[in-house]
Write a protein that binds this ligand. Structure first.
Ligand SMILES: *[C@@H]1O[C@H](CO)[C@@H](O)[C@H](O)[C@H]1NC(C)=O
Ligand SMILES: *[C@@H]1O[C@H](CO)[C@@H](O)[C@H](O)[C@H]1NC(C)=O
Ligand SMILES: *[C@@H]1O[C@H](CO)[C@@H](O)[C@H](O)[C@H]1NC(C)=O
Ligand SMILES: *[C@@H]1O[C@H](CO)[C@@H](O)[C@H](O)[C@H]1NC(C)=O
Ligand SMILES: *[C@@H]1O[C@H](CO)[C@@H](O)[C@H](O)[C@H]1NC(C)=O
Length: 404
């Protein structure tokens, strides 16, 4: 036996594959070897050949990857996909709004997944800016890893120490006692001062940061949250066009031991400043007896789409100063969620609070998953049966009842 020739089996299938192999080889030769002569040689694409030969069903569905345009002057598919076409967003009239994300350098992995999802599900189309805030300077690595995720403007801000740390006038002995008392009750973050700094910052200071001054509406995003659905309508524009103050996706009851004296403080405030209580408010969301006791309902503030001018306004400023003067952010563990929720429920009208039922969202073990048409339209990656909306400890029924 001399030279081994490939045995030519003449079944139609073999022939088809042989033709494909020859076409691929010729295609490769023409495009690679003669690429300098690009315009002079019309190289039929595999798809066209396949179509002509009647075996297009064997080919991948029309993707452009098998027909790289190698003619001189054209950019490679890779480069052109990097050269993102943003002209569709150029003319988009954005609302006066930004994302805000409070985090630390150590949160990098969770920040990346949160921003990636927001970009994929919503912001790629709109390019709303991002403002990231940290009590320490962001590292170069952090900034590089986050910047690559979006074309939208991103700013990295440092929180002024006076907006973050426990004020001098807080009685540290009393604060320490408060913390150990709470630890004895097994309450989450009971012993943490940084957690309290964060709650106080989110209650009274974030909207004062210089990087947020140019904006009115914000969407608060946290590290390691999930956005399950395409967000087809622009929630910022919805807020602006409908004069909304506060938007939420999850509401629930607070752990009472973290806020033992909050409601009595609120009641004091109401007596002292009755002029700030808005007609048509949602006291009934907070209290089942017209304000005598707090039912612990609040909007879960790790997700918020809201109006910073409301926090900057007179009513909320007076309210925050009043709470701050009691020291409850440190002597107890007042959270920004009940603080924001109480303020919105009392100083805004119920028509200005909005449930974003179409936004699928998860933080820790709680999630809101849309259902029905919203679930379909949003291509939601969550089980519509797993939603916190109407389970025990959800306050959504109380919210619904406001509008009956
Ligand atoms: C190919 O593309 C057509 C048109 O977009 C689509 O209807 C079809 O389902 C695709 N087929 C496959 C196998 O992806
Ligand atoms: C596939 O591409 C061919 C040639 O570009 C085109 O004529 C045909 O309509 C395309 N088919 C689909 C399903 O997109
Ligand atoms: C960018 O997209 C717009 C609309 O989507 C289109 O009209 C325009 O031709 C595109 N520009 C480039 C350079 O691809
Ligand atoms: C956006 O809102 C902020 C806060 O209300 C305001 O200072 C700023 O002028 C607004 N910007 C525009 C372009 O309207
Ligand atoms: C928007 O809400 C404010 C109260 O926050 C109210 O004073 C104002 O009249 C409202 N504007 C419109 C256009 O409804």
């Amino acid at each position: 036996m001399g030279v081994i020739l490939p045995s030519i089996n003449t079944s139609p299938r073999r022939i088809v594959f042989l033709v494909i192999a020859i076409v691929v080889g010729v295609h490769y030769l023409l495009t690679v070897v003669f690429k300098d002569y690009g315009p002079a040689i019309a190289v039929p694409s595999l798809t066209q050949l396949g179509g002509q030969l009647g075996f297009s069903q064997f080919l991948e569905n029309n993707t452009t990857s098998d027909t790289p345009d190698l003619s001189p002057g054209s950019v490679s598919p890779l480069l052109s996909s990097m050269n993102r076409n943003t002209s569709d967003t150029h003319d988009y009239q954005r609302a006066n709004a930004t994302f805000v994300l409070l985090c630390r350098n150590t949160d990098l992995a969770g920040v990346v997944t949160s921003i990636q999802q927001m970009e994929d599900r919503f912001n790629r189309k709109h390019r709303y800016p991002w403002v990231l805030l940290n009590e320490e300077p962001f590292t170069q690595e952090f900034k590089d890893r986050v910047r690559v995720l979006t074309d939208a403007p991103i700013e990295f801000g440092l929180i002024p120490p006076e907006h973050w740390f426990q004020p001098e006038w807080i009685d540290e002995e009393k604060a320490t006692k408060g913390r150990s008392n709470m630890m004895a009750q097994g309450i989450i973050y009971a012993g943490s001062v940084p957690y309290r700094n964060m709650c106080r910052f989110n209650s009274g200071f974030f909207f004062k940061h210089e990087l947020l001054q140019p904006y009115r509406y914000y969407w608060r995003v946290e590290p390691e949250v999930k956005f399950f659905c395409d967000i087809n309508d622009d929630p910022f524009k919805f807020m602006q066009e409908n004069n909304k103050t506060y938007g939420f996706t999850i509401s629930l009851v607070e752990w009472e031991a973290t806020i033992p004296s909050l409601w009595s403080t609120v009641k004091e405030f109401i007596v002292e400043y009755p002029e700030y209580i808005t007609p048509g408010n949602s006291m009934d969301f907070l209290s089942d007896n017209s304000g005598d006791t707090y039912n612990l309902c609040h909007y879960w503030s790790n997700f918020e789409i809201a109006d910073m001018d409301f926090w900057r306004g007179e009513a909320y400023q007076k309210f925050f100063d009043f709470l701050e003067s009691k020291g409850g952010f440190y002597y107890e563990r007042w959270g920004d969620a009940p603080v924001h929720s109480i303020a919105v429920s009392l100083f805004a009208s119920r028509d200005q609070v909005h449930f974003f039922s179409d936004i699928g969202y998860r933080h820790d073990s709680f999630q809101h998953c849309p259902s029905g048409e919203e679930w379909v339209k949003g291509r939601c990656a969550c089980d519509p049966h797993e939603s916190f909306d109407y389970v025990f400890n959800s306050c959504l029924p109380k919210y619904d009842a406001l509008y009956w």
